[in-house]
Design a protein around this ligand. Structure first.
Ligand code: ASN
Length: 490
């Protein structure tokens, strides 16, 4: 049961081969056994999970089960959960119990999904390795001495090690796709505005977007279908009819299911910077895509190389504003001893935030300050527009864009700890997609020389989620990279 797909779990639950309580217990026991080694969860909510599972069993017995009723899942600890600790990976929120559920959490509860607990993450989602978490680093299930990626590293490691069949995440600059690639699973970041940000602790609001992790594109499609949808409480939520992202997957299998699909390969992504073993796996995957009927065409994203400097102005600027609410008064940690009010703010924030968060607040405050705004923030916004335009030009020549998710496989824990800029550079292929607000997916497509997974990134036009998930699904029907498991999950 541990390795069953979501549709298989659905059938087993509906046929009463297993109850939701039994299924939740199976995963909770696995978390107890394996989490000490992986550190994928910050909070395990056994009681809440079993109560939700009992309710799901009643719903199943009454014949009222939906696609996710009784299915266990993990939430990234950035999503507020009523009555359950929400830390955002920070000491600042180490005692924060939200009085309400994030929109996404509410939708999944209403669907009858069973929340197992809260997944570890980089502090306030700032990082690409999960090492900035106040609760300690997450280990990569494929090799425990390596990072799982970040910032949604706990969610990705949990799914890869089968501590949960599916998990939520968020992606501001790659935080779903990069850990999915490093952990050998599938992850999708939808179009900006598709998933409500209400109750998702804000990092960089114009970039933050909720996303889904699963062992396959099909499992991601099921989870995303339940997460997406208009929410008036998020001013950037898009008012669109709900979509069933699994509908296209039901089309009959054929030898060349991707006939007519044009895949654009950005010249700049294949030029330099990609490790040899990543390139080999990505190119082999493209051969497979062609065998399934797709054609490939070279496209250009001339400004994509400027995505990292633009992002590391815009994201810190927004974070410096968003994180000002953590002042020891309204939320979060308060210093035990202080003089006047300013001293209390200063000490509380100095004690509550870790080094990476402080670095970004400082950079963000600087680029927004009088006299520097035009030189940095405004320029970055201009670059952002050029990058988005590049994608629109490229997407006139193709239906989706493919390339590596990351330049290398997962690095060793500690390897980049003293070199934040090196870590920022590792997000080179994912960040431009957030700046443009486009949907992106990462799927496993092979292994590097070190035995660690390689991810293939697919990027679509706005609201192209169905096309991305369908392409990945057809690839997964013909290959078994997504079915490979780390020894810890055997
Ligand atoms: N939050 C993200 O999407 C991760 C990105 N590496 C960042 O640190 O901003």
């Amino acid at each position: 049961m541990i390795h069953a797909s979501l549709p298989e779990l659905r059938r087993a639950l509906d046929a009463r081969q297993i109850s939701s309580v039994e299924l939740a217990t199976l995963f909770l026991d696995r978390i107890d056994a394996l989490n000490p080694a992986l550190n994928a969860f910050i909070t395990v909510d056994r009681e809440g999970a079993l109560a939700a599972a009992r309710a799901a069993d009643e719903r199943i017995a009454a014949g009222q089960a939906g696609a996710l009723t009784g299915i266990p899942l993990a939430h990234k600890d950035v999503f507020c959960t009523e009555g359950v600790l929400t830390t955002c990976g920070s000491k600042m929120l180490s005692n924060f119990v939200s009085p309400y559920d994030a929109h996404v959490v509410g939708l999944l509860k209403a669907a009858g999904a069973v929340g197992l607990g809260k997944a570890n993450m980089d502090e306030f989602a700032m990082g690409s390795s999960n090492e900035s978490s106040f609760y300690g680093p997450v280990k990569n299930p494929w090799q425990l001495a390596h990072v799982p990626g970040g910032s949604s590293g706990g969610s990705a490691a949990a799914v890869a090690a089968r501590l949960a069949p599916i998990a939520t995440g968020t992606d501001t600059g790659g935080s779903v796709r990069q850990p999915a690639a490093f952990c050998g699973i599938t992850g999708i970041k939808p179009t900006y505005g598709l998933v409500s940000r209400y109750g998702m602790i804000a990092y960089a609001s114009s970039l933050d977007q909720g996303g889904a992790f699963g062992a396959s594109a099909e499992d991601c499609a099921l989870l995303l279908s339940a997460m997406a949808g208009f929410d008036p409480r998020d001013s950037t939520s898009l008012e669109r009819p709900a979509e069933d992202y699994t509908a296209a997957l039901a089309a009959p299998a054929s030898a060349r299911p991707l006939e007519g699909l044009r895949i654009g390969l950005p010249r700049e992504f294949f030029a330099e910077g990609m490790a040899g073993d990543v390139r080999a796996a990505v190119e082999a995957a493209l051969v497979q895509y062609r065998a399934l009927g797709a054609t490939t065409v070279e496209v250009s994203l001339p400004n994509a190389k400027l995505a990292i400097p633009a992002y590391y102005v815009i994201a810190p600027a927004e974070c410096s504003s968003n994180l000002s609410r953590f002042d020891g008064v309204r939320y979060g940690h308060r210093a035990a001893e202080y003089g006047d009010l300013a001293d209390m703010y200063g000490k509380s924030r100095a004690e509550g935030f870790g080094a990476e968060v402080k670095r970004r607040i400082l950079v963000g405050t600087y680029v927004l300050s009088h006299g520097y705004y035009d030189a940095y923030y405004l320029q970055a916004q201009r670059l952002r527009r050029l990058i988005a335009q590049d994608f629109q030009v490229a997407l006139q020549q193709c239906d989706l864009i493919a390339g590596p998710t990351t330049p290398t496989t997962a690095w060793a824990l500690g390897q980049m700890a003293d070199d934040p800029v090196q870590m920022y550079l590792s997000d080179i292929y994912t960040i431009a997609v957030n700046l443009a607000g486009l949907p992106g997916l990462s799927q496993p497509c092979g292994f590097g020389a070190d035995g660690l997974p390689v991810g293939l990134q697919l990027v679509g036009d706005y609201f192209g989620e169905t096309r991305l998930l369908n392409a990945a699904y057809r690839f997964q029907q013909a290959t078994d990279w997504h079915a490979r498991r780390p020894a810890i999950a055997a």
